[in-house]
Design a protein around this ligand. Structure first.
Ligand SMILES: [Zn+2]
Length: 149
């Protein structure tokens, strides 16, 4: 399967970008900045694990930077995948980030059979949320990059 474009069924744009970008940038442009494989994977994981919370500002919450981050943010690494639209932080409601990481790791160790995980190239460990990255990395030869904080 090859994906060049995808609009998620379970996530709206407000969950994926901060309010300033949502208000100031054409939505078509913002969708174009978000990695299609990431959006597809978010839906696939949502079908398996139930509700996954990303940005909450649209409903009065204070979370704004779990998806795309502006380049001038002080949050996270200087060249975080979030700034390039290819990383997302998800907080599961019905399970834990640790449990999902364990599933991803078990699948990788058994040869990567579950298509839901096939595009993930970076996973951060030891944090209470699920950070998934879709960095340019050869899964076949290098595997998933497991990053400790
Ligand atoms: Zn993150």
């Amino acid at each position: 399967m090859i994906i060049t474009g995808y609009r998620p069924k379970y996530f709206i744009l407000q969950e994926l970008v901060p309010p300033r970008l949502f208000e100031q940038v054409r939505h078509q442009t913002l969708w174009g900045l978000l990695d299609a494989r990431m959006l597809w994977t978010m839906d696939a994981l949502r079908k398996i694990y139930g509700t996954l919370v990303c940005n909450t500002w649209n409903w009065g919450g204070h979370i704004t930077l779990r998806g795309l981050r502006p380049f001038d943010t002080s949050t996270g690494a200087a060249h975080s995948d979030h700034k390039y639209g290819r990383a997302v932080d998800l907080v599961p409601v019905h399970t834990t980030a640790e449990a999902i990481r364990a599933d991803i790791l078990a699948d990788e160790r058994s040869g990567g059979k579950n298509p839901a995980y096939q595009w993930i190239t970076v996973v951060e460990t030891d944090i209470p949320w699920l950070h998934l990255g879709f960095r340019n990395r050869d899964r076949a030869s290098a595997g998933i990059q497991w990053v400790a904080p």
